[in-house]
Design a protein around this ligand. Sequence first.
Ligand code: FES
Length: 106
Amino acid sequence: MSNWIEVCPLDEIDEEDVIPFNHSEQTFAIYRCPEGEVFATSGLCTHERIHLADGLVMNEIIECPKHNGRFNYKNGQALGAPVCEHLKTFNTKVENDVIYLELNTQ
Ligand code: FES
């Protein structure tokens, strides 16, 4: 079963930027890539659980603000030490210039 939740208007995220988004005790990072597409991952670094929305976005990479661990935010892949555990990713969609995130429920 899936569950789409509203995140924010598309124009609240600049291209090549990331914002934090919290929903029912979960925290996410929402990205807008240079091509304008939107992606979502779990919000906390898998190394020491620092919020990734304070990090740096470059192309399809998010760099953690604490120890500069890097992930591909499109697929969640950890790209090397100190991060080795991948980020969870979530489906997104944009309808009428509003971003939605799909929560997976079981
Ligand atoms: S907390 Fe993110 S790389 Fe260490």
